[in-house]
Design a protein around this ligand. Structure first.
Ligand SMILES: Cc1cc2nc3c(=O)[nH]c(=O)nc-3n(C[C@H](O)[C@H](O)[C@H](O)COP(=O)(O)OP(=O)(O)OC[C@H]3O[C@@H](n4cnc5c(N)ncnc54)[C@H](O)[C@@H]3O)c2cc1C
Length: 507
């Protein structure tokens, strides 16, 4: 089949891909861009699914866009794309409300205020809390402006960078927080923002995590009414208005080359499409295993990819209530629910990992004891229905294959345990849940091909050697463009996409 030649083909229309394509056609309006996705809508995780009978729309990922206040990277990029007004952003009052034993501790969406609230609640930890928030403001800030550091528009204090490199870079969040604090509940509350990037305290590098806290608490966060799908659709529209084309329901089966180490395009069931540059938005493990011809020498890339560990996957329960959740006692847009014995959660997870994820132990460690994140979408965007979402970071390792009796029974258990944890903290919701659905790590793989169901790309731990897997990639003209290289979150996606679009030159 003959096809037009494109300047660039994007394999996948996840948020990193859409953001890059939109910025690329803005910088180079004549560029011919083709985006291909196997799914029926654009956006990857930045999409929705709806249940019209229940008048509900479920957001597959977004509950918090970071970097949305003045000085934030994401709001700056969205403004440059001319999207701020159309997005009609909502800025919630709370960062999140922590719940334990039925007691609520709301934290303001503002670093200084949140610091004061924590000192008031944990006065015996006042000194280490001051140290912690100073670290966020210093080292978290330096990490946050990493792209500006590369292009010279942000000049960090070199002494600070050196100190952080020597003293913080090699610590996990768990190690660093245990050095600072001795209150287990406070440690769990402070570690909770790691959930936003797919990692528990024992998984994430402390320096990286400080930047996550800085991005979300100092640089402001917001939600998009109409959901992540609205944002994805607006970006797709910009690509199409500039003459780009988007093909949905079409899986890329192969990335084609000229046998001399140069990419030539992609192969799909709808035909071959040619371009001298191909951006891969899928998981790199998936791409290397499935998308390249057998004669391409990828041994070195595969070896490097061994060190690129997936972030945690998620098990999600979507709920619809009969009354607005706020009236039932879920007053905040986001809540973090903590178990009664917070110190044991990490130990149980580490034990589950060491023992190869035995199902019973894993369910106890992840679902019953670990913090769970609850978004009251109705409080953010009532037009999408009386929707509440419960997320817990999970591992695919203890989930049986889909379409088996064991899988169905396990989904039921996950639903029961997670909903009961919500009802214990917010008893007013009992008897008011009309509809529930569960997404498992397998659901996440099925819809996006992301390795191990990770919705956050690669884990950013203390060892970053896997993160350079794409350096020296043996096929010229291929680039990777996803949370696996950008880092998790919409803000990281837009920051990386901006950098890639600036580097863009037509071949
Ligand atoms: C439950 C959950 C909640 C989250 N909440 C937030 C949040 O509140 N704030 C935040 O900032 N971040 C959040 N994140 C993280 C954020 O959603 C992700 O980091 C981001 O969406 C990943 O985007 P991506 O560009 O890597 O692409 P992905 O979303 O992974 O998309 C990849 C695309 O490639 C397509 N594809 C795969 N294989 C093929 C093929 N062979 N051919 C064609 N297409 C293919 C898929 O269909 C998919 O559309 C959350 C993630 C999850 C899972």
């Amino acid at each position: 089949m003959t096809s037009p030649t494109w300047d660039a083909i994007f394999v996948g229309t996840g948020i990193t891909s859409l953001a890059c394509a939109a910025m690329l056609v803005k910088r180079d309006p004549g560029a011919r861009v083709l985006m291909i996705d196997k799914h029926i809508v654009v956006g990857g995780y930045a999409s929705t699914f709806s249940r019209p009978k229940q008048s509900a729309v479920f957001d597959c990922s977004l509950h918090k866009l970071s970097g949305m206040a003045e000085g934030g990277n994401l709001i700056r990029i969205l403004r440059e794309l001319g999207l701020e007004e159309e997005l009609n952003l909502v800025y919630p009052d709370d960062y999140f409300c922590a719940y334990q034993d039925g007691t609520a501790l709301p934290l303001a969406n503002d670093a200084e205020h949140a610091e004061r609230q924590l000192i008031e609640r944990f006065p015996h930890q006042a000194q280490p809390l001051t140290t912690f928030f100073t670290q966020v403001r210093t080292y978290g800030r330096n990490g946050y402006y990493q792209f500006q550091m590369l292009d010279g528009s942000f000049e960090p204090d070199i002494a600070q960078l050196r100190w952080a490199h020597r003293n913080l870079k090699h610590k996990t969040v768990r190690e660093a927080l245990h050095e600072l604090f001795d209150d287990p509940y406070l440690i769990e509350i402070l570690a909770a923002p790691g959930i936003y990037v797919g990692g528990y305290s024992e998984d994430l590098g402390y320096l990286y995590y400080l930047h996550v806290v800085y991005a979300t608490l100092h640089r402001g966060n917001a939600y998009v009414p109409g959901s992540s799908q609205h944002l994805s659709n607006l970006l797709a529209q910009q690509v199409e208005r500039a003459g780009g084309s988007i093909m949905l329901s079409t899986a890329v089966e192969q990335i084609t080359t000229d046998q001399q180490g140069n990419v030539t395009g992609v192969r799909t069931a709808a035909g071959d499409f040619q371009a001298p540059q191909v951006f891969i938005n899928t998981s790199p493990h998936y791409a290397v295993d499935h998308l390249f011809q057998a004669d391409i020498e990828l041994t070195a890339t595969r070896e490097k990819l061994v060190a690129l560990k997936p972030a945690r996957s998620t098990t999600t329960v979507y709920l619809i209530t009969d009354l607005p959740p706020e009236q039932l006692g879920l007053r905040h847009s986001e809540s973090m629910l903590f178990a009664a014995a917070p110190a044991t959660a990490a130990e149980l997870r580490i034990d589950a990992d060491l023992r190869g994820y035995p199902p019973e132990l894993s369910e106890h460690a992840f679902w019953a004891m670990s913090p769970i994140e609850v978004t009251n979408y109705h409080a953010l965007a009532p037009a999408a229905g009386r929707v509440v979402c419960i997320n817990v970071l999970d591992s695919i390792e203890h989930w049986p294959t889909r379409r088996t009796a064991q899988y169905r029974a396990k989904k039921q258990r996950a639903r029961d345990v997670l909903i009961e944890r919500l009802l214990v903290q917010v008893p007013g919701m009992r008897g008011h849940i009309l509809h529930t659905e569960v997404a498992t790590p397998h659901t996440y793989v099925r819809f996006t091909n992301n390795t191990a169901g990770s919705g956050y790309g690669a884990m950013v731990g203390t060892d970053l050697k896997g993160h350079v897997f794409h350096h020296g990639f043996p096929v010229q003209g291929v680039q990777f463009l996803s949370a696996w290289v950008a880092g998790p979150s919409y803000e990281a996606a837009f920051g990386y996409a901006e950098m890639k679009s600036r580097q863009w030159r037509r071949a």
